[in-house]
Design a protein around this ligand. Structure first.
Ligand code: NOJ
Length: 740
């Protein structure tokens, strides 16, 4: 393809070179001054590229003309050095030669696919998550991507919602730290570096609280709850340098997030002083008509722009209506100018005015296409994400000397099903993705016989493959099964009312268990599933999520004990769907149930246990850790003092291993009721077998703050409990008092 890049680049560079010495704000203003109203609306307009779609398409055969006319400020789903370069050239044919921004959902990797974000969150390993985002940015930026629509920082307490796979789970404290780590990872050494990618904290706000876990649904909650539980990760992302925010599809207390001035103007751009820009979600400007909030696209544009949505993704509402709305005085020119300024500023900060093709380098793209270091990091992240849910009779790890292993289930030889919802299908993926079969094969010696039977499909009713699977199982010393959800069973628009193992997979497990051989079950999924029979009967269970390109190798590392699992659940796993929403940090109520035998006149179901199947923070190791009692530096602290909590952790088992020591507090009496437990700290502690270590946490009054009924972030003197343990439901405790 002919690409007259050089000439155009020189024109663009010269055009702006006089401005070189000015500050970015001055340079932004000098461009803004030259712009017509139509060109301003153009900067606020984002189009999908014609190659892929992540939402319902609005066809536009005039895309190329519109880019040349300066009517497109950004594009999504447009990647590749060549493609982005070609489109950028078109933008440079526009009157003011303002470069395009290319955005993409790089949610858990680009070329190298990392574990889904919920799986990574299970690692509780912030450095590893930062590195995973860094690598995603290096690969995506080499392919021309400037901007990722990640991290998704929605807190959710409802595993029926398919998008829990994209987030960090149910806890605002953990979620905030992970949001920060991911933003930092995407940004790397910061703007100006060609591998820095702009982050986008989404979906602002409270999308994860969609009623009933039904995607896109309404959200109705108190503002206090919003501030306490749903906003903290957004605030953390903004503080960590997220360049953009994406608003959300839901309405919040009756006002669609896209047209919500309280969220976007008052909180984000006001209280938090956020200087980046806000992009709508796909079509969410126009969808306010369906909400019954505005009557047509013109009103939608007016409402969204006035509420602080700076860029319109795929509604065409801004490009078609903003100039007229300004002329009619319905949207102030200052509103448009502010939005355009924010967008241009990012383009300047990214260095695109100086070199619009900066990110579109075929050479870099080629270099990063098969980067072995990235695969190594992916394997490492993946093994850190695997949660050991159960391990009776030390069924795991499996000895590498085992004579015969039967590998059974529809995921044993799976490739793309290891990747997860927000991932790409690259043409050579099947050679690159490591299946469980491949991973185990490269782990065991030639003396180990590996047998395979699929047993059943993921989601149909046929048991025709059971006989073969039983046959294989009977010959084996151990049965290793891989079951779960296909790659597209959790994700956007994948809400489910039943979150059981699909198809006849549980029956297949029963048939394997009936052979009397030791059974290990590995569950691939994008959300907490319900598998009670398995949990109650099978001796060993690993939760293997969707682990990405190196899934099979990471799984083999864990199966054979080369890596001792250390992950902990970032979401509560319910016993049945009837318990949902279920989360560890609930309020106590006036009639709290304290046990399953104490359920009457209590806030409990009469036909259901109080307890989840697996608690937030649960996750075993091949070794066992024992926790000493807690000692506190003082039983009473003043608001100016620090509280130091110490305990001794001992590796009391037979393997070296890493424990995630969790610290929770409870504020016993408050001017508003407080959760029964709130995570306030954690540490990953590695201990050799037999080793002990003192673990120390320091708390200040800032860790005891909460939003009161006036939304003030305060602390109150009074009585507290402090808990330390390896899971939210298994903790030691100590008491302290905060005085003025
Ligand atoms: C809709 C999703 O809600 C959002 O997360 C995503 O970034 C956009 N589509 C673009 O693909």
């Amino acid at each position: 393809m002919k690409r007259p890049i050089l000439t155009i680049a020189i024109v663009a560079t010269t055009f702006f070179s006089q401005a070189q010495k000015k500050t970015i704000d001055q340079r932004v203003d000098s461009v803004l001054k030259l712009m017509t109203l139509e060109e301003k609306a153009g900067q606020m307009n984002q189009y999908n590229g014609p190659w892929a779609a992540t939402g319902p398409l609005t066809n536009d055969d005039k895309l190329i003309d519109q880019i040349k006319e300066g009517k497109v400020g950004s594009m999504l789903n447009t990647t590749g050095a060549v493609r982005t370069r070609d489109l950028q050239q078109l933008a440079l044919q526009s009157r003011l030669k303002i470069p395009l921004l290319f955005g993409q959902d790089v949610v858990h990797g680009y070329r190298t696919i990392f574990p889904i974000p919920l799986a990574e969150a299970a690692s509780w390993n912030l450095e590893a998550m930062e590195r995973s985002a860094r690598i995603a940015a290096i690969e995506a930026s080499a392919a021309g991507v400037h901007w990722t629509f990640a991290p998704m920082v929605d807190i959710s307490r409802d595993p029926r919602w398919g998008r829990v796979m994209e987030g960090a789970g149910e806890d605002p404290f953990l979620g905030s730290l992970i949001a920060k780590a991911r933003v930092k990872g995407f940004l790397g050494k910061g703007f100006g570096n060609t591998d820095a990618v702009m982050a986008c904290a989404k979906h602002f706000a409270a999308y994860g609280a969609a009623i009933g876990g039904r995607d896109y649904n309404s959200v109705d909650m108190s503002l206090r709850q919003l501030w306490e539980t749903y906003l903290p990760p957004f605030k953390a992302a903004a503080e960590a340098g997220a360049a953009t925010f994406m608003n959300s599809f839901n309405d919040l207390n009756g006002i669609p997030a896209t047209g919500n001035g309280y969220l976007q103007r008052e909180i984000l751009k006001g209280k938090w002083n956020f200087k980046g820009f806000v992009v709508s979600d796909w079509g969410s400007v126009g969808e306010m008509i369906n909400h019954g909030f505005v009557k047509d696209n013109k009103e939608a544009a007016m409402s969204a722009a006035n509420a602080g949505s700076d860029m319109d993704m795929e509604s065409r509402a801004y490009i078609q209506n903003l100039p007229q709305l300004v002329k009619e005085g319905k949207v102030k020119l200052t509103v448009v100018d502010d939005a355009v300024r924010r967008i241009l500023k990012k383009k300047f900060e990214m260095g695109l005015f100086d070199d619009p093709f900066k990110y579109s380098s075929e050479e870099r793209e080629k270099q990063q296409w098969n980067n072995a270091d990235h695969l190594k990091a992916e394997r490492d992240m993946a093994k850190k994400s695997i949660v050991l849910l159960k391990n009776d009779r030390q069924t795991l790890p499996i000895s590498k000397q085992t004579k015969t292993i039967a590998l059974i289930g529809p995921f044993i030889k799976a490739k793309s099903d290891n990747l997860g919802f927000w991932s790409y299908d690259w043409p050579d993926d099947s050679a690159r993705i490591v299946s469980v079969w491949d991973g185990v094969k490269s782990k065991v010696g030639t003396d180990t016989k590996m047998l395979y039977a699929k047993g059943c499909n993921i989601n149909d009713t046929s048991t025709a493959g059971f006989a073969e699977a039983i046959e294989m199982a009977k010959q084996a010393d151990v049965i290793v099964m891989n079951v779960g959800e296909a790659r597209d069973m959790s994700g956007e628009a994948k809400s489910k009312s039943s979150i059981r193992l699909p198809g006849v997979q549980e029956d297949l497990i029963k048939a394997m268990q009936a052979t009397g051989k030791p059974v290990v079950v590995m569950i691939n999924a994008g959300r907490p599933l319900i598998f009670n029979w398995v949990a109650d009967n099978v001796p060993a269970i690993l939760y293997t999520w969707w682990l990405g390109t190196e899934a099979g190798n990471a799984i083999a590392d864990v199966l054979f004990g080369d890596y001792n699992p250390s992950a902990k659940l970032p979401m509560t796993f319910p016993l049945t769907e009837g318990q949902i929403p279920i989360y560890y940090n609930y309020y106590n109520t006036g009639r709290p149930a304290t046990s399953d035998s104490d359920r009457f006149y209590r806030s409990a179901y009469i036909d259901l246990s109080l307890y989840p199947k697996y608690a937030f923070g649960h996750g075993l190791s091949y070794t066992s850790f024992s926790y000493s009692d807690i000692t506190l530096s003082n039983s009473t602290i003043k608001s100016t003092e620090k509280l130091i909590a110490k305990m001794t952790l001992t590796n009391a088992g037979n393997f070296d291993g890493e424990e995630t020591v969790q610290l929770y507090i409870r504020d016993l009496f408050g001017s508003v009721v407080r959760p029964v437990k709130e995570l306030k700290g954690f540490q990953k502690v590695f201990l050799k077998k037999g080793e002990s270590k003192e673990v120390m946490f320091t708390l200040t009054v800032d860790d005891l703050r909460f939003y009161n009924d006036k939304l003030q972030y305060i602390y109150e003197p009074g009585d507290f409990k402090l808990f330390i343990g390896g899971s939210s439901d298994k903790t030691k405790e100590a008491d302290f008092k905060l005085v003025k």
